[in-house]
Design a protein around this ligand. Sequence first.
Ligand SMILES: Nc1nc2c(ncn2[C@@H]2O[C@H](COP(=O)(O)OP(=O)(O)O)[C@@H](O)[C@H]2O)c(=O)[nH]1
Ligand SMILES: [Mg+2]
Length: 334
Amino acid sequence: MQKKIPANLITGFLGSGKTTAIVHLLSQKPDYETWAVLVNEFGEVGIDGTLLQGASARNDVVVREVPGGCMCCVAGLPMQIGLNMLIARSKPDRLLIEPTGLGHPQEIINTLQGEYYQEVLSLEASICLVDPRNLEDSRYLENDNFRDQIHLADVLVANKTDLSCEDDRRRFEQFADQLPEPKPETAWVKQGALSVAWLDLPRRDRMAVNPKAHHAHHRSPDKQQNTKPMSLPEGQLFLRKENKGQNHFSCGWLFSESASFSFDRLFSLIHSQTAQRLKAVAKTDQGVKGFNMQDGIVSVIAIEETPDSRLEIISTTTMDWDDFETQLQETIID
Ligand SMILES: Nc1nc2c(ncn2[C@@H]2O[C@H](COP(=O)(O)OP(=O)(O)O)[C@@H](O)[C@H]2O)c(=O)[nH]1
Ligand SMILES: [Mg+2]
């Protein structure tokens, strides 16, 4: 019988540092192993896959995206198709899964532990990242997905601690101590510096406190069947796709390979946004760049190559997408 592939969930709310943590884990991968990463994004266009592949830049790491909503909604067919292709293509020694920060982990856990994957995958420790500054914010503490992400995790990690103060640390320690079931491992890190050893910790079976939390979506049935990555019809410069659910709105743009952006203009536009989150991968006059904006801070990385340019915004309020689109088009070099 074939050895089961160890699989780990890396969970955490929007922008808590999951992708950063996965890049860090990939840097600790033993040279002789191949690892696969499955990333689910709330938005429709899918950007983390390129950011991850760009940052790891290794051919013994295979990344696949499942865009278009929370994995708890796409946990059925789209995730199975993505996962099956990933496993068949890369025959990985380990699988890391990044669910969207807005998702509830229970459905994914059910799928991964279901009959279909029983002989293929062995689900090991789940690691949940939190920004400790959020532990005094009732919008997080009262959010069922946030609470269950923490509850279902085996390792609880405070990330972005460079932005925290002593009070945050005390609050995090108290929070961890008061959990009904203490975690086998807690940590206080920066830049998603997870230890690869945590991946081998055993997973404890727990029941979600609020497994129905993911049903608070407003998705049309046709979207749930969306299994294909987005692609652009011939001759079209760009297309745009919107999504909403979990009290968040997203809008994504996919640009043709011929579109080239002014780095300075695009950076300024991204920097001026007030939305929760903005991510982009763009061909610019300064090379291919990955942009990541969270709480008004923009980080930029160089990426080796990308077949096209993409940008996605996630916001807690509706935005004037037409207006943003006009501004975005103005950043393209003629
Ligand atoms: N200051 C600071 N920024 C971080 C840290 N970890 C991640 N980030 C930044 O936070 C943003 C969101 O990180 P990302 O890994 O994409 O979060 P995800 O949405 O959970 O996958 C990015 O701009 C990261 O560069 C950290 O420890 N400190
Ligand atoms: Mg991410």
